[in-house]
Design a protein around this ligand. Structure first.
Ligand code: NAP
Ligand code: COA
Length: 253
């Protein structure tokens, strides 16, 4: 596999795991977030661990012009990408009565507008055939208390994926999403399931009775980026241990 991948949010957690999966197999990556130093450290970690080529960059996905400028620069350094991953997101747990309009907007802007900005800039430079992958979440289709902002944003992400798949298929670009279940050792899980008891309940809400790993999600991304998935577009791929087969009240307990 020889991929050149630009990954928003690739500086930590799930998306960093995907970046490592790509460089382990001979690909090159741009990983970026808001924090340039964190991105440089992530790129160094990727290169040290996998021996592959990685560049760290800084852009806020809410700023379309900043994303476009970063992509133009990275395309000069690494070559035109054939894989774009929109993985950056923000989350906090709060009941709607304690979320201000700006709190709601902040998460919608990072997750939904940010995904659009990354895909839209990617469209201008991606080589074809090319693949785009959004990292969505179960909240896109399952209502969850204290997550109104994330549910709204990720539901929008799923529709962006489906519409762009329809529009860009004829241009040789496939657009899909991965919906991870709870992934151990990530910021997302630490924020939503901070205690051991939370984690026990969450694990039991999956059919496989375990948390996922970043490698589980990396493997799903590698599949969606590969020619083996050449006829798959507009799909939301659940990689969640069967979490959605039950319901949020703990069907598997
Ligand atoms: P994480 O480690 O907190 O990573 C978030 C990444 O996004 C970081 O690289 C962060 O870098 C970047 N970021 C945040 N705001 C940004 C902005 N405005 N502009 C550019 N970059 C920004 O998160 P994670 O838990 O691994 O989650 C990764 C993805 O998986 C997210 O899309 C999340 O919704 C999804 N997901 C996670 C889980 C889970 O179990 N963790 C489950 C389902 C779905 P900076 O801070 O430097 O900006
Ligand atoms: N409860 C309620 N509102 C909150 C909140 C919380 N726990 N955390 C932040 N907000 C509100 C703020 O009060 C603010 O609204 P206000 O101006 O009306 O007071 C708004 O959200 C923006 O906060 P700010 O800190 O300025 O946003 P930011 O752009 O610097 O950071 C976040 C975005 C809040 C999502 C931050 O948590 C973040 O950077 N997250 C990235 C990492 C992450 O979430 N990883 C998990 C991915 S699943």
């Amino acid at each position: 596999m020889s991929k050149i991948a630009f990954i928003s949010g690739g500086t930590s957690g799930i998306n960093l795991g995907i970046a490592k999966g790509i460089t382990k197999r001979g690909g090159k990556v741009l990983v970026f977030g808001r924090d340039g130093e964190k991105a440089a450290a992530a790129a160094a970690e990727i290169m040290a661990e996998t021996g592959g080529e990685a560049v760290g960059g800084s852009a806020d996905v809410r700023d379309a012009a900043a994303v476009a400028a970063l992509f133009a620069d990275a395309a000069q350094r690494l070559g035109a990408p054939d894989l774009i991953i929109a993985g950056a997101a923000g989350n906090f747990m709060a009941p709607a009565s304690r979320i201000s309009p700006n709190g709601f907007k902040t998460v919608v802007d990072i997750d939904l507008l940010g995904t659009y900005n990354v895909f839209r800039s990617g469209f201008d430079i991606i080589s074809r055939p090319g693949s785009m992958i959004a990292i969505t979440a179960p909240q896109a289709v399952q209502a969850l208390p204290e997550q109104v902002h994330v549910c709204a944003a990720k539901a929008g992400v799923n529709m962006v994926v489906k519409v762009l798949a329809m529009e860009w298929g004829q241009a040789g670009i496939r657009v899909n999403a991965i919906s991870p279940g709870p992934i151990l050792g990530t910021e997302g899980v630490d924020r939503m399931a901070p205690t051991d008891e939370d984690k026990r309940i969450w694990a039991n809400q999956t059919a496989l009775r375990r948390f996922g790993t970043v490698e589980d999600i990396a493997n799903a991304a590698l599949f969606l980026a590969s020619p083996e998935s050449a006829y798959i577009t507009g799909t939301i791929l659940d990689c969640d241990g069967g979490m959605k087969l039950g319901d949020a009240s703990g069907t598997y307990l």
